[in-house]
Design a binder for this molecule. Sequence first.
Ligand code: PLP
Length: 398
Amino acid sequence: ETLFTAIPMAPRDPILGITEAFHADTNPNKINLGVGVYYDDNGKVPLLKCVQEAEKRITAQGSPHTYLPIDGLPLYDNAVQKLVFGEDNIVLKEKRAATVQAIGGTGALKIGADFLKRFSPDSQVWISNPSWENHRALFEYAGFKVNTYPYYDPASHGVDFNGMIGTLKTLPARSVVILHACCHNPTGADLSDAQWDEVIEVVRDRKLIPFLDMAYQGFSEGIESDGQIVRRFSQRYSPVLVSNSFSKSFSLYGERVGAFSIVAGNADEASRTLSQLKRIIRTNYSNPPIYGAKIVATVLSTPELHQMWENELTGMRVRIHEMRHKLADELTARKYGEDFSFITRQNGMFSYSGLSAEQVERLKNEFSVYIVSTGRICVAALNSHNLNYVVDAIAKIL
Ligand code: PLP
């Protein structure tokens, strides 16, 4: 018996498995729609101009590679707070929000999870059914029991709101509810404003702990509009926990830029909370990496670069919307009488297509079109060159 005797092989990451199979495929027409990445119309991960410009300025400064403070670059934390909560949010004026730089959206979720385990150890966590595939594992590894609330309604390709709110109404106080602030991953189905109001009411009535995960701010309707739900929550209730990511919105995947924020009831609670968040960071990785945060901070705090970014983000959003409409129109044209309009009602990078695991398997084997077995299509990986091929393939197996 050694340490290694009892170590089983961990299950493979299902999405990385698709990518491996895709790379091994020799069909020149192969298309990978299993990813969670935005590609431009030429099938490339974009390097945003605002990012390039910020990089030039950073390089020109010739700064040394110092340690950052435990909670990150102050200019970054400040800019993120304004972006996520809105510059004129009373919560910021009252100094009730604490924000720390995090290693992407995933790192932000983990800071939040560790914080909750320490200060609300008996809580259980509730995620949507289905949810981003890492939510469950992340909170389980942090020590929580993870449950699901109903979310997706296959019949309408939208949200089973009655199921969702019905379950939330049964949860004990301090249950942690993970909510996708916009562009739900994997389904693309979001709540309406009125439904969000109901959720806020139930969270308040039952004294739940809402944790808003915002990985796609700007991909549904725009920065302002997509951030509304965080703003409304933060003004009506505390605590509110927020994780946000710039992986997609700045196309800075590998630089790992995100943040964790928490809204407390007053400035004193916020400053005590911040001190504890720093302990969590300090004992995990001491302090965050500097480069991505400098890029984002430079862009967000320089008006002309900020504007450039919003324009580029709008470009990404508009391209995805166009792909949604083309996909729906072309499928409708080839499958007369079937309704594909749900694709245009879903938001963000993904669409839950309704394709079965069997159909997904056929798309791979017969057409080298790779999709997650749940039927999640990355609309952001479609482009004017591959759309017809994908539509033909789907129409043939439907
Ligand atoms: N949360 C959700 C809902 C996501 O879809 C993702 C990324 O796919 C993340 C968090 C993680 O973001 P990051 O890649 O910045 O860690």
